[in-house]
Write a protein that binds this ligand. Sequence first.
Ligand code: ADP
Ligand code: MG
Ligand code: MG
Length: 945
Amino acid sequence: MSQYVFFFGGGKADGNKDMKDTLGGKGSGLAEMTNAGVPVPPGFTISTQACNAYYDSGGKLPPEVDQQMDAALAKLEALQGKKLGDPADPLLVSVRSGSKFSMPGMMDTILNLGMNDKSVAGVEAKTGNPRFARDSYRRFIQMYGNVVLGIDKDKFEHELSAVKKKFKAKTDVELDAKALDEVIARYKVVVEKNTHHPFPQDPREQLIGARDAVFQSWMNPRAITYRKLNDIPHNLGTAVNVQTMVFGNKGDTSATGVGFTRNPSNGAKEFYGEFLQNAQGEDVVSGVRTPHPITDLEKLMPAAYKQLREITTRLERHYKDVQDFEFTIEENKLYMLQTRNGKRTGLAAINIAVDLCEEGVLTKKEALLKVEPQALDQLLHPIFDPKARKGVEVAAKGLPASPGAATGAIVFTADEAVAWAQKGKKVLLVRMETVPDDIHGMSVAQGILTATGGMTSHAAVVGRQMGKPSVVGCGALEIDAKARTLKVNGQTLREHHAISIDGSTGEVMLSAVPTSASEVIQVVEGKLKPEKSVIFQKFEKLLGWADEVRRLGIRANADVPKDAKVAFGFGARGIGLCRTEHMFFGADRLPHVVKMILAAARGQRGIDLTRRLKERLKEAKGHQVADIKKEIAKVDKEYGKYVKDYTTALKKLEPMQKADFAGLFKEMHGSPVTIRTLDPPLHEFLPKREELMVEIATLKAKSASKNKKAIAAKEKLLRAVEELHEFNPMLGHRGCRLGITYPEITKMQAKAIFEAALQVSKKGIPVKPEVMIPLVGHVEELKRQKAIVLEAAHEVLGKDGSGVDYLIGTMIEVPRGAVTADEIAKEAEFFSFGTNDLTQMGFGLSRDDASKFLLFYQEHGLLDKDPFVTLDASGVGLLVEIGVKKGRSVKPKLKIGVCGEHGGDPASIAFFHKVGLDYVSCSPYRVPIARLAAAQAQLEERASD
Ligand code: ADP
Ligand code: MG
Ligand code: MG
């Protein structure tokens, strides 16, 4: 026969702390405390399995539950020497909910059960306190009436107010026994009226009613919503705890309170909490009276306080974690009613983990498992001043793309952002969505707010990479960039109006809310000395322990030396992805890039034709020589101008790229730097077709004759844009396909990489360049690009390599690349999984358009998580696994990493650890998260061995 009921009391319990599944958190805590000799009022727990059985059979319980409950009740009565509902000296109990994960206040609790018209007299006689007896009874009718009988709370409150008025009492504490008799009478009328039955007097009927009501409260809408928000499964069920009542409302030697063994908001080692004298149950948290700081208890009840400190300290050591506890003092005697691991902020989590380790409570490894990697984020981003934030209304909500608080003046274009920032103003960039050439505006903005796009939209990815608070996909925004207005929540705001966004919650506020900067960032950026920041020291200490444990290497995705420096400061040892194209957007480069693009097709053709003719010329004889020369001249006439434009533009870009790469090498101090050759479709560097058409029309309207030259230039640009137009650019002419059709571009980039490497290594700084070819789906693509890179290497470094140790590898981001990884590995010296594209192409969904239905999918249970945030382990992850297996079947030691957004996501990192990657690469600001998550992956793997 299954055991549904578990007793605790008399120094012994059936359960313990490892039985949360069966007893719920509260029940297992009560059992554990009982076993540890802590004063806990005795009682019994009805298991979560009973709750599930109740639901499975449509509201009925197996008969064993009633039998076991009756037996436990008899045992409790014997232990206490009292009987439930006994008119002379009744046992009173509370009936408390409690599931595996704490859901504070979400389900129901009933106190003082066992009170009825007769036993109230017994309580009075036994305690000599008529007021107390009646107060307990009226509370019971109120709670039972609401929770079990479903009567609106207000109906009771209404009667209580009326009696208070009649007896001129300000609070309920002022009501005397006579007044309370009237409250009880009125409450009973409320019950009769609403249920057409008198208030139940039979204690067993009361107990069963309360138990079943607690089971039912598992499915109340509040609880359901809470579970959804916190990813708690709906099938866990709640346990029911039936526990002997103790009373904090017996006068001034009694009290009730709640507390933490350490400060849960900053982790400080201080006793933290609140209490009320002469009060019961929820009085402390409900706000009916203002509670006192727990430290005041020391003066009022020194013995009970001392014991409380002693017990809670012991509990903290026992559970090896901060405890969140509830207690009641009845006539100077202390009882513990609940204990659990306390919820805390990121700041508190770090402080507590490090402190507990240094106090010898936790080992380093245990400490590492106490901190949620994601919570580290909170230490990196500016925060709203909590006091200032309180009174401010939330006007709209979007997706919390990049955490942190930001306040600034609204600007609608990147240029305006720069212009205003140059005047020393703080700006917030508000766009429908951002595009790569908004980057200059994004980099000067305090934060980014967009109306469309998902968690991996451009704004979100770049926002995170820059460590900038970003809220994306905020559908409630009506942006009119032309009129420079933003309509939201019934208000119309003009450009430069100050607003605030909270990237941790997605909230938008329509005023400037003051912020404070993160200390950790200040240290990493060199603005604050590490020894000046206690929190940085703790942060680094914990992550140092993580480094000792983890197997995965951690790199960062960084394009410019500034980001690389930050990444290194955060502990990244290597760059896993440098997106060279981001450098193309600089104001000094873009004109050359545009020139290169305009000339590329014909220029490349001219170069190729000429090369072929010159080769033929070498073998030509007699009259052939003149013929070929003539042909060369013809090609030169047709393409010469383009060849010149193309090659001059590339020559201009080469030294600029070289300088960028040299900066990266220096900042990485000898750690590997992976540089990807040009990846995005070329049209991304050109203006939009519609914009150009408008500009041309405007010029023509002003004066076609005066603007002739400008019009011609724009028309040329327009033709190029039209030529480059693609229906599906993400599957179009991009990645290695660019380098294959325009080998000169690959060659220029490769040369810039090797020249930079040579320059830096000559200064005595070791360099490890890794040239990465993107979007390879067929080995032949890699083979051909590799040949070009090698040619550049030989040209720059000579055949011996001049001491520069370089690798040539590829991204695996096309499904075909993953499934033919054994072929590709023959040519590759490393793999890096581009899981953004691999997810996009693996699922066949565009990441720029998916937000429209992905949210629906998640809300309707088709997908647990956004696959662009957490790797879809069973599908896209399988492609990764196949890629790893096939790649290493050819080269057992093949170096393999990942450089998609997933490289900074703890759940994905655990997956990458499991499939044997060598490193993950993520945005600089996620490096700390990745360090900790990688350590946890290693620790958890060992634990499950
Ligand atoms: P929640 O899960 O919402 O915190 P609890 O079951 O902890 O609900 O009950 C709320 C409060 O009721 C407790 O903090 C405590 O003050 C009071 N309470 C519950 N059971 C008892 C009891 N046996 N004796 C005295 N007070 C109790
Ligand atoms: Mg509680
Ligand atoms: Mg890609």
